[in-house]
Design a binder for this molecule. Structure first.
Ligand code: G6P
Length: 372
C-alpha cells in the first residue's frame, strides 16, 4: 500500500497532488483549434441538443457541489434554465421532465444508488441523460444516453478531491459545448473561456506549490469545534464543499453559507475567535459581489471572528480584514472554483491528520454508497 501511495502519507494527499494532471486529462483531446470544443462522446444529435429547454443536474455529496457550480456556468453561457438537485430528493418529488429536458447526472464512482435511481426515473420520463463520471464502464454511464468521462484516474480516498475538480471541469465542457452547438450570443466569450481552461492545470499547480502556510494554519485549527465557510456566486458551492470536507475528515462541525445570507441569521453564530473561512470572488465579478463579500469579512471580524480569507493575487481590498490570507492565482470568475477549492481540501486533510484521524477512511463513510 505504501508503494501505491507514491510516497505520500495518505491517498488523499496523493490525489490532491494529482489534480493538475487530472484536470489536464479531463481536457485532453476535447479542446480543439479556434476555441472549438470536440465532445464526440456526447452522442446526442445537434438537433436534440438545440431542443433542450431545461437542464437538471442531479448528484449526491461532493458531486452535488460540482452541480451547483455547473448551474452558474451553464446558465450564463447557454441561457438555458438549470436546476440542481440532490438525487435522493429529485427522485421522489415528481420532477417535471420531458424529451426536451437534459438531465446531467454526476458521479465519481458511477455506482451511487440514489443517483442511479434518479437517472432511471429521468429516462422513464423520456428525458435525455448525460452522465459525468470517472469510473469507466460503471452502471451510471452504462444506463445513460451519453457519458463524458472525467479521466481523473482511480480515486481511493473516501473524500473526493480530484474527482470533484474534474467534475467541475467536465461541467464547464458541457456548458460550453451546449453554447457552441446552440450558437448563443456569447460565442466570443466561449472561445476565450476555452483558452482559459487550458491554463487551469498550471493554476492548480501554482496553488499546490504554496500550501505550506495552509498546513501550518490547519495545525492551529485542529482543536476548534466549529468552522464556518462563507462564499458567494460560485464561491458559495466552494464554501459548502470546504465545510463538507472538514465534516467528513476531521469530524468538526462545519457549515457553508451564502455570504449574502449572513445578515439573515448565521451571523448570530459568530463569537470571539470563531474561525470563518471566506472564499472571495474575483474583483472582476459582476454586480459588485466582490465588494459585498469584503464587507462581510469586515462584519464577521468586527464580531470577533478569526478570518481565513481565500482571495485572488493582487486583491488588496481584503488585506485589512484577513487574519490569515490564502492566495490563489487570478482566474476567470466562473472557473475560480477549480483553484479556490484546493486550499480547502488541504486544510481539511491536514486538520484531520493533526487530530490523528484516518484521512483516507473516515468513520461511518463509504467511497461509494450502493444503497438508497
Ligand atoms: C459518497 C462519498 C462522497 C461522494 C458521494 C457521491 O457519499 O463518501 O465522497 O461525494 O458518495 O459519490 P459519487 O461516486 O456518486 O460521486
Amino acid at each position: 500500500e505504501a508503494a501505491e501511495k507514491g510516497g505520500y502519507d495518505w491517498f488523499m494527499l496523493k490525489e490532491i497532488a494529482e489534480q493538475p494532471q487530472a484536470v489536464a486529462d479531463t481536457l485532453l483531446g476535447r479542446l480543439g483549434e479556434n476555441g472549438e470544443l470536440v465532445l464526440d462522446e456526447v452522442r446526442l444529435s445537434d438537433q436534440e441538443l438545440r431542443d433542450i429547454d431545461k437542464v437538471f443536474v442531479v448528484a449526491c455529496g461532493t458531486a452535488y457541489h460540482a452541480g451547483l457550480i455547473a448551474k452558474y456556468a451553464i446558465e450564463h453561457w447557454t441561457r438555458i434554465p438549470v436546476e440542481v438537485e440532490l438525487a435522493s430528493e429529485f427522485r421522489y418529488r415528481d420532477p417535471v421532465l420531458d424529451r426536451s429536458t437534459l438531465v446531467v447526472v454526476i458521479s465519481q464512482s458511477g455506482e451511487t444508488m440514489d443517483t442511479l435511481m434518479a437517472l432511471r426515473h429521468a429516462r422513464d420520463q423520456k428525458a435525455r441523460v448525460l452522465a459525468i463520471c470517472n469510473a469507466n464502464g460503471s452502471t451510471i454511464p452504462r444506463e445513460s444516453d451519453a457519458v463524458l468521462y472525467t479521466h481523473a484516474g482511480p480515486e481511493v480516498a473516501v473524500a473526493s478531491t480530484k474527482g470533484f475538480l474534474t467534475q467541475v471541469v467536465a461541467c464547464y465542457l458541457v456548458g460550453l459545448f451546449l453554447a457552441q452547438v446552440r450558437g448563443v450570443k456569447y460565442a466570443d466569450e466561449v472561445a476565450s473561456i476555452v483558452d482559459d481552461l487550458r491554463e487551469l492545470p498550471a493554476a492548480v499547480s501554482q496553488v499546490l506549490a504554496g500550501m505550506e502556510p495552509v498546513r501550518e494554519l490547519a495545525r492551529s485549527l485542529a482543536t476548534e469545534d466549529t468552522l464556518l465557510f462563507l462564499g458567494r456566486h460560485v464561491g458559495y458551492p466552494v464554501a459548502l464543499e470546504g465545510a463538507l470536507k472538514l465534516k467528513e475528515l476531521a469530524y468538526i462541525h462545519a457549515e457553508g453559507f451564502a455570504a449574502g445570507e449572513l445578515k439573515h441569521g448565521s451571523i448570530a453564530l459568530i463569537g470571539p475567535g470563531t474561525p470563518v473561512v471566506v472564499v472571495v470572488p474575483s474583483p472582476r465579478s459582476r454586480g459588485s459581489v466582490h465588494g459585498k463579500v469584503v464587507s462581510n469579512i469586515q462584519e464577521v471580524r468586527a464580531r470577533g471572528a478569526r478570518t481565513i480569507v481565500v482571495a485572488e493575487e493582487g486583491d488588496d481590498d481584503v488585506l485589512p480584514y484577513a487574519d490569515h490570507l490564502i492566495r490563489v492565482p487570478r482566474t476567470p470568475t466562473l472557473l475560480a472554483p477549480v483553484v479556490t477549492t484546493v486550499p480547502l481540501q488541504v486544510l481539511a486533510c491536514e486538520i484531520a491528520d493533526t487530530r490523528g484521524l484516518d484521512v483516507d477512511q473516515p468513520r461511518n463513510l463509504a467511497k461509494s454508497v450502493t444503497v438508497e
